[in-house]
Design a protein around this ligand. Structure first.
Ligand SMILES: [Zn+2]
Length: 342
């Protein structure tokens, strides 16, 4: 075979056309299938793991993919999300999330099932066409997408409950990264803010409030979930260490913190009640009045629940946040100081 030729278009025949909005990893997986190659072989050809190509693979890999598949580098770039800059997950496997309705539409149209480029951005957890959560592919879908019967073992228990979630914040996030900027703030900046908030949600909460990661404060009252803490200090880019299901859980909460949206407002009754109970438990009675209704900004709950060390670690990052979030944090910080929790 021609696989040892330095610049050979070894993956170009039989020709597998990329679908217009198909992710690079998805296209390569379909090429592998048609060429009766396993993914490792395709990876050796392109010089990159297929599970990593959707996340800023670099010019050398883009050129190599173009050479091997017989298309132009521009065509390869079209398969990449223009904003997918966060580091890829480290668990080293394809972490596709899929919209079952889109795949069903593929099937009905008689074309191949494929992963959309839009779905590869770390902040995208819903399909904008159907306003439906992206979920881990079923065994059947996986087989059709990759031709492989061995599916990476994934924990998908949490995703099963996503149907009941208010999706507004998630849809908003997907819309945001579909464009370049929002209200003068760059998408990269927003990503960083979401990553910082995610890090905060993974910290062991202050002991007077309970056990577990800070995210527990938001998940326990609504869904009865206890979330294990990832560390005592503020982690760095926790998002990149999480599997798809956990990432969705954390990103969803971070988004609700970043943009307390209409969907979040519907939950105020529940969360507000929970918050009063927490305040009642943790704040001296003479100080409760100060907190009042303002405390309904969920960011206040974060400020109050962070132990001193991670609190100050987060504070150092807050200076890089955009203006509106920074201002909300300052209020949260004052309230938590008044509450006597720092
Ligand atoms: Zn869809």
């Amino acid at each position: 075979m021609g696989f040892d030729r330095e610049r050979g278009a070894t993956l170009s025949f039989p020709q597998v056309d990329r679908q217009r909005d198909e992710a690079l990893s998805s296209w390569l997986a379909r090429i592998a299938r048609v060429h009766l190659l396993d993914l490792e072989h395709v990876e050796a050809e392109i010089g990159c793991r297929v599970c990593l190509v959707d996340h800023d693979p670099g010019e050398a890999v883009i050129r190599r993919v173009a050479q091997r598949t017989g298309v132009t580098p521009e065509e390869v770039r079209e398969a990449l999300h223009p904003l997918a800059t966060l580091s890829p997950p480290l668990n080293g496997e394809l972490d596709w999330g899929v919209c079952p309705q889109c795949l069903e539409a593929d099937r009905e149209a008689g074309g191949p099932l494929y992963i959309r480029t839009d779905w590869t951005h770390p902040l995208v957890t819903v399909c904008l066409s159907h306003s439906a959560p992206l979920v881990v592919p079923t065994a059947d879908q996986w087989r059709e997408l990759t031709g492989d019967t061995v599916r990476p073992s994934r924990q998908d228990l949490l995703l099963a409950q996503v149907d009941c979630e208010p999706l507004d914040a998630l849809i908003r996030a997907a819309q945001l990264v579909a464009g370049q900027t929002v209200e003068g703030v760059s998408a990269r900046q927003l990503e960083q803010e979401i990553a910082d908030l995610t890090d905060a949600l993974g910290v062991q909460m202050t002991r007077s409030m309970g056990q577990g990661g800070l995210l527990t404060l938001f998940e326990q009252p609504r869904r009865g979930r206890h979330i294990r803490a990832s560390s005592l200090d503020l982690p760095d880019q926790l998002l990149t260490l999480l599997g798809p299901a956990d990432r969705l859980l954390f990103v969803r909460a971070a988004l609700a913190l970043r943009w307390p949206s209409d969907g979040y407002a519907q939950e105020r009754a529940v969360l507000g009640d929970w918050f009063s109970r927490v305040v009642h438990m943790a704040v001296p009675s003479a100080r409760r009045r100060v907190i009042g209704d303002q405390a309904l900004d969920p960011l206040v709950l974060v400020a109050m629940a962070l132990p001193p060390r991670p609190f100050h670690q987060l504070r150092r990052r807050v200076t890089t946040w955009s203006k509106d979030l920074h201002q909300r944090w300052m209020v949260a910080e004052q309230l938590s100081a008044l509450a006597g929790l720092m």
